[in-house]
Ligand binder design. Structure first.
Ligand SMILES: [Ca+2]
Length: 275
C-alpha cells in the first residue's frame, strides 16, 4: 500500500492550474471504483471506504466524494503507464500531478544495492519502492524537454522538502548516462551544486559498485554508499540510493539549511515531467 500524501508532504509544491477532470464512479457497499478523465489521460482511482471515510451516498456525500477524487487526482500518487520509444510494452509508473516518478523510497523494502545492468533496466515495481531505469530516462529525455523534481523526507520529522530543475536530461549509456540539470528552484537546496568539495554532481557519469565512473581516483563512491548507484563526483553531498535506515541514505542540504539536525533521510521521491 502506498503512503497517503499529506499536506506537509507537498510542502514547496508549485501552484498548478487544476487539470480538467471528469469523474465517474461505481460504488458498492464498501468500495468505490472511480474513473477520471484528466486532460487527455484516462485514469482509474480506487477507493476503499474504511471506517474513517465510510458514509452513505447522498447529495452532500456525493459532493464530498467529488472533492476527495479531485484531491486524489491532483495530490495523490496514482498508477498509470508511459510509452518509451524502444520499449514495446507500456511501462507502469507512479504519476503525481502529471509528474512521472522514477525513484521512490519510503519503507526500505526494496534493496538498492544493485548492479549497472539493474540500474540501467530498472528494479522494484509500482506497488512499492522502485527505480524506473536509466535507459528509459535517457530515451525519454532525449525525445523531449523534461524538468525534474526531487523530494526528501528527514528521519526527524514528517516534512518533505523539494528541489526542482527546469531542465533534466540523461546522456545515452555510451556516455555513462551523464546527468545534465539546470534552472534550480526549491526549499531543499541545489542538489547538484553543493558548495562543498565534490558537491558539483551535475555533469557526472552514473556509477554503480560494478561500474566505477566517478571522479574519485582511488575508490568507488557507490561502495562507500553501500552500493547504491548514482551520479557521483568524488563523491557528493547527497546519496538518494544509499542503504535505507543507515547514515549512507542522507542529504547534507537538510542540515546545511537548518531543516534538520541529522542529514539522514527517511524517504525520497524523484520525478520528471515533460515541459
Ligand atoms: Ca572511482
Amino acid at each position: 500500500m502506498l503512503p497517503v500524501s499529506t499536506t506537509s508532504r507537498l510542502a514547496g509544491w508549485p501552484s498548478q492550474p487544476l487539470p480538467f477532470i471528469r469523474l465517474f464512479s461505481d460504488c458498492g457497499m464498501n468500495t468505490c471504483v472511480c474513473y477520471a478523465h484528466i486532460g487527455l489521460v484516462y485514469k482509474i482511482l480506487y477507493f476503499v471506504l474504511d471506517d474513517r471515510l465510510s458514509f452513505k451516498l447522498n447529495n452532500n456525500d456525493l459532493r464530498l466524494m467529488v472533492w476527495l477524487m479531485i484531491s486524489a487526482a491532483v495530490a495523490l500518487p496514482i498508477q498509470t503507464t508511459i510509452s518509451v520509444p524502444t520499449f514495446s510494452q507500456p511501462i507502469p509508473v507512479i504519476s503525481l500531478n502529471r509528474w512521472i516518478v522514477f525513484l521512490y523510497r519510503f519503507d526500505g523494502n526494496v534493496d538498492f544495492n544493485r548492479t549497472w545492468a539493474e540500474y540501467r533496466n530498472g528494479f522494484g515495481d509500482v506497488t512499492g519502492e522502485y527505480w524506473l531505469g536509466l535507459e528509459k530516462l535517457t530515451q525519454m529525455t532525449n525525445n523531449g524537454q523534461y524538468r525534474a523534481r526531487f523530494e526528501f523526507k528527514s528521519i526527524q520529522n514528517e516534512s518533505w522538502f523539494s528541489s526542482e530543475y527546469d531542465s533534466f536530461q540523461i546522456d545515452p549509456e555510451s556516455n555513462w548516462y551523464t546527468i545534465h540539470v539546470s534552472g534550480f528552484t526549491g526549499d531543499a537546496g541545489n542538489q547538484f551544486y553543493h558548495p562543498n568539495l565534490n558537491g558539483i554532481q551535475n555533469g557526472m557519469n552514473f556509477s554503480t559498485w560494478d561500474s566505477d565512473n566517478d571522479r574519485h581516483s582511488t575508490l568507488n563512491c557507490c561502495i562507500m554508499m553501500e552500493r547504491g548507484g548514482w551520479w557521483y563526483n568524488a563523491c557528493g553531498a547527497h546519496s538518494m540510493t544509499g542503504s535505507f535506515g543507515s547514515p549512507k541514505f542522507y542529504n547534507k542540504w537538510l542540515t546545511d539549511l537548518g531543516l534538520a539536525t541529522d542529514p539522514e533521510l527517511d524517504g525520497v521521491r524523484a520525478m520528471i515531467q515533460r515541459v
